[in-house]
Write a new protein. Structure first.
Length: 123
């Protein structure tokens, strides 16, 4: 029997269309955002069982993030990231989460690949 105490789930490049931003045009037209998540989770009692019910379903975590991020309009990336991290507390397997939230087309007068924030929470 193999016991794993903790491990990371990485969700990279989750693209979601939403209506976040300070400017009315952002709230009206919307834009694409990208989210990277690292979830430190407690391991199952036995990894050998190969049982989805023994681990955190990354699909459930992604669905939660999508619901929070697209369900309301946020002015600030910081608020959106905070709400996402708060929502992940419903999963007792998650011990720590890190989010990198990127605005891919910020309304600024220079060209950048993206702007974003990184936020972490320990549960």
């Amino acid at each position: 029997m193999q016991i794993v105490e903790e491990y990371d789930i990485k969700i990279v490049g989750l693209r979601l269309y939403a209506y976040h931003g300070v400017y009315p045009e952002e709230n009206k037209l919307g834009q694409e955002f990208e989210i990277d998540l690292t979830l430190r989770v407690s391991g199952p009692s036995s990894i050998d069982d190969d049982d989805l019910n023994q681990v955190l379903s990354y699909w459930k975590a992604v669905a939660t993030v999508k619901d929070i991020f697209t369900g309301k309009t946020f002015k600030l990336l910081e608020t959106a990231a905070h709400k996402i991290l708060e929502s992940l507390s419903q999963y007792p397997q998650i011990k720590h989460a890190r989010i990198f939230l990127k605005k891919l087309s910020p309304p600024i007068p220079v060209t950048v690949k993206h702007v974003g924030i990184v936020m972490e929470k320990t549960y």
